[in-house]
Design a protein around this ligand. Structure first.
Ligand SMILES: C[S@@+](CC[C@H](N)C(=O)[O-])C[C@H]1O[C@@H](n2cnc3c(N)ncnc32)[C@H](O)[C@@H]1O
Length: 246
């Protein structure tokens, strides 16, 4: 399942938005409305993102939450809400085979472009990300429904980072969130509940959900098995008694 359009020129955009390549060849989403954030693009190799990806550790919060330190470390992960792929790229770099789903064709085009440039860069970092990260343009609920029905390829971990109202301090997240929220409203409670139910049915080992530090859990029931807390976000971990051992 891949619903990606062939070219970015065919994508429909909200009023005031456009897509264009900048001087470095990066595909950029440009918001020309008054007071808007600057262009949004994916660059895994440069700037804050490149620095962060070069400085990764298995002791970081997210790798610990997905189970790198567990007795049976995961090998495969489905990032069901990939966005611009920062988390997916870091987990791919740490050695997981990551399938990254993104429902917005515009966000997907930015992700795919960042990956293509990483692959073509000749840099070791770019090669390692591209070799383990497979992006797909799809609604995670349809994808998970199909996986649950067919039980074909079962990811060890399903990772969810649904959009939430942005109160985080980092400039990168503010800019990203402004753009993402203009393209797609955050999922409502019924959508989150369905996503979570499907994720729990499909994951072989665990479901990991990123939440703002003090936000309620993504669903009322079941409660998380445990959580990993940072300064502004936490990762809720739902261990699965697997119906599909690998
Ligand atoms: C907060 S962003 C994810 C950021 C990402 N973790 C990162 O590191 O860049 C959430 C993304 O999930 C996508 N999304 C929301 N609902 C989805 C669904 N049902 N299927 C696939 N993607 C979805 C949104 O379009 C948005 O791009």
């Amino acid at each position: 399942m891949n619903l990606a359009p062939e070219t970015f020129e065919s994508l429909s955009l909200p009023a005031g938005f456009s897509l264009a390549r900048d001087k470095q060849g990066r595909l950029c989403l440009i918001d020309s409305r008054k007071g808007a954030a600057g262009p949004l693009y994916v660059d895994f190799l440069a700037g804050a993102s490149g620095w962060r990806l070069r400085d990764l550790s298995r002791n970081d919060l997210l790798p610990r939450a997905v189970g790198f330190k567990s007795a049976r470390p995961p090998r495969t992960l489905l990032d069901a809400t990939a966005g611009l792929g920062h988390d997916a790229a870091s987990l791919a770099l740490l050695g997981l085979d990551v399938t990254a789903l993104e429902v917005s064709p515009v966000v997907f085009a930015l992700l795919q472009d960042g990956l293509a440039r990483a692959r073509a860069s000749g840099q070791e970092l770019g090669r390692r990300i591209a070799e383990r990260l497979t992006p797909l343009c799809a609604d995670a609920r349809s994808f998970l429904r199909l996986s649950a029905a067919e039980c074909g390829s079962i990811p060890d971990v399903v990772y969810l980072d649904p959009m939430f109202p942005d109160k985080r301090k980092a400039a990168r997240s503010r800019k990203e969130m402004q753009h993402l929220q203009a393209l797609l409203p955050p999922p409502n409670a019924a959508e989150l509940s369905e996503l979570m139910k499907l994720a729990l049915a499909v994951a072989a080992q665990r479901v990991v959900v990123k939440r703002p530090l003090h936000a309620p859990e993504i669903v009322d029931n079941p409660p998380p098995s445990h959580s990993h807390r940072g300064k502004s976000v936490r990762f809720d971990v739902y261990l699965v008694t697997s119906a599909h051992p690998r």
